[in-house]
Design a protein around this ligand. Structure first.
Ligand code: MG
Length: 345
């Protein structure tokens, strides 16, 4: 199998994020793994806050090349994942790109979509949340209008006054809300009071309200919370699930944290077996990694896969969006095709 790669700057339609941390672009490194006339595609999305650099990602692909220099149609992504994983401690996005491409290739060799290869079956379309950045009132109104086709909105809390923010949003829409606190609250009684208040405001889940270290406080909150509490920063990989100990009622799985689809599906299955809700999330990815993640929709309770909608120059075709719902296609592998005029490699 031959691995090649290309860095690519993804540009946002609108500056993205909270006002103190606004970004206009992110770099992804796209990979392809070729074997026997078929090509598997993958993506390493590298938002600055992840701490993985383009240089580090490219260097990792170079050291991974010998592991992939095998010549068989019947390879095991699980076995290759272990070898790739042992090459370094971090580089989760780079590992994800390789794993996504291998699973795409496997599907193409078998001429089956990944969801069939895994015995999941094709999920019906699901509504995705759409993130609206925190801004002054006039812009919030405009952003809610721009998101008119989406039935669920996601906001990043942790502002000076989160109640005021939610009250402003409620002046313009009564749509369901996901509230992502990004570890921003630290007083457990305040967190619980806030969750009860948000429950009255049609907030249907709260993501990572407290810092990763506050496991016991989170367990106290989760036990009494009327809505699901979802771990994001607290859960990157499968091994983190064993340490949750009732501190959350669900998990946000992202390919760039989990090192790819192989581990993401294990996490989703573990969550189902242990009565945890599954939210499929993403970084600022193109249709390549987003379509890979959407393959697991059959295991999801919620999806937050809006990223391709935010991009000006998405270099892949994959899942499609209609009325705020994500639709899978019937193509083999992860169901994507590069747009050659944008991405030529
Ligand atoms: Mg989050």
């Amino acid at each position: 199998m031959i691995l090649s790669y290309k860095p690519f700057i993804l540009e946002y339609k609108h500056p993205f994020g909270v006002s103190s941390n606004t970004r206009t672009s992110t770099t992804s490194v796209f990979v392809k793994i070729e074997h026997n006339g078929k090509i598997g595609y993958g993506e390493a999305c590298l938002p600055v806050y992840l701490g993985e650099t383009v240089e580090g990602t490219l260097a990792f692909f170079e050291i991974a090349k010998p592991v992939l220099a095998i010549n068989t149609d019947h390879f095991s992504p699980q076995e290759i994942r272990q070898e790739i994983d042992s090459l370094s401690k971090g580089n989760n996005a780079a590992k994800a790109a390789i794993d996504i491409a291998l699973n795409d290739l496997l599907g193409k060799l078998a001429e089956k979509p990944f969801y069939d290869l895994m015995g999941l079956g094709k999920s019906d379309a699901m509504p995705t949340s759409f993130t609206i950045g925190i801004d002054e009132e006039q812009k919030i109104e405009q952003k809610i209008k721009e998101a008119s086709e989406f039935s669920v909105l996601k906001i990043k809390a942790g502002t000076k006054d989160d109640k005021a923010l939610i009250n402003i949003i409620r002046k313009y829409t009564d749509k369901q809300l996901y509230v992502d606190v990004n570890q921003g609250w630290t007083d457990k009684q305040m967190v619980l009071d806030m969750i009860f208040w948000m429950n009255e405001k049609n907030v249907i889940l709260v993501e990572q309200p407290m810092p990763v270290a506050m496991i016991d406080e989170m367990a106290w909150v989760t036990e009494q919370s009327p809505i699901p509490t979802i771990a994001d920063e607290s859960v990157k990989r499968l091994k983190d699930l064993e340490n949750l100990k009732g501190s959350f009622s669900g998990i946000n799985i992202k390919l760039m944290k989990s090192t790819g689809l192989t581990e993401a599906i294990e996490m989703a299955r573990y969550a189902k077996q242990n009565n945890l809700k599954v939210l499929l999330g993403c970084m600022a990815e193109s249709s390549c990694a987003t379509s890979a993640m959407a393959q697991l929709m059959q295991l999801a309770d919620y999806i937050d896969l809006d990223a391709p909608n935010l991009l000006k120059n998405d270099p892949f075709n994959g899942v499609t969006y209609k009325n705020g719902n994500v639709y899978l296609n019937d193509r083999p592998g992860i169901g994507v095709e590069p747009i050659e005029s944008l991405l030529d490699f």
